[in-house]
Ligand binder design. Structure first.
Ligand code: AMP
Ligand code: MG
Length: 204
């Protein structure tokens, strides 16, 4: 497969709108995006990465109202963390809506949602119009890429499109917080520290 390298967000968005996948920059690492509601596209992303299906993907949104397209409920702790840290390097895990394919969440009844702060990511997501499921844009087992050149080394010939942007500013993955229980629980440490989270929800 020929891989289009482009710096035009509309080219990458049109790859997803037509049922394909594309790598895109965010402030943490580059992601490999698919329409969250397009099961075949999501599966294509897993194949391109060689990723095992038991690892859930993060769903990326451009606007707050899109959260309810994938989350059945926004718990109070999630609401506060979203208010404090979106857009930014935080992924909030909430109960999922049945419309979200099981392949996105690895069969879990929860969904992780993040709103990137990166302007190119925001423009790309806005042009897509749907929430975008994305793992990091590397071959499984390799480090998460912070530049389009690293994405190219791993995935050229395996994906139809790479949206080029600047080097990822944060370079560390998003912090993942489970907000489905009585108190929020950090599932994966990342760019936002436990201290940051506790300033907003002290019981984290
Ligand atoms: P990656 O895209 O490679 O950064 O991996 C996404 C990571 O987000 C997963 O490995 C999980 O740690 C986390 N994650 C995403 N969705 C969920 C979820 N519903 N429940 C728990 N963890 C999640
Ligand atoms: Mg990864």
């Amino acid at each position: 497969m020929k891989t289009l390298l482009t710096n035009r967000p509309e080219r990458a968005a049109s790859a997803l709108i037509t049922g394909g996948i594309a790598a895109f920059p965010t402030e943490t690492v580059y992601g490999l995006g698919a329409n969250v509601f397009d099961e075949a596209a999501v599966q294509a992303g897993f194949r391109a990465k060689g990723r095992p299906g038991d690892n859930p993907l993060i769903v990326h949104v451009a606007e707050l109202r899109q959260i309810r397209e994938v989350a059945a409920r926004v718990p109070a702790s999630a609401r506060r963390l979203i208010h404090a840290f979106f857009p930014g390097p935080l992924t909030v895990v909430m109960p999922k809506r049945p419309e979200v394919p099981a392949s996105v969440t690895a069969g879990l009844d929860t969904v992780g949602v993040r709103m990137p702060a990166h302007p190119v990511a925001q423009e790309f997501l806005r042009l897509c119009g749907f929430p975008v499921a994305a793992p990091s844009a590397n071959r499984s087992g390799r480090p998460s890429p912070t530049s389009w050149q690293a994405v190219r080394r791993d995935l050229e010939g395996r994906i139809p499109c790479i949206l080029k942007g600047p080097r990822a500013r944060v370079g560390v993955e998003s912090t993942v917080v489970d907000c489905t229980g009585r108190v929020p629980v950090v599932l994966r440490p990342g760019a936002i520290t436990l201290e940051d989270l506790r300033r907003v929800v002290p019981t984290t």
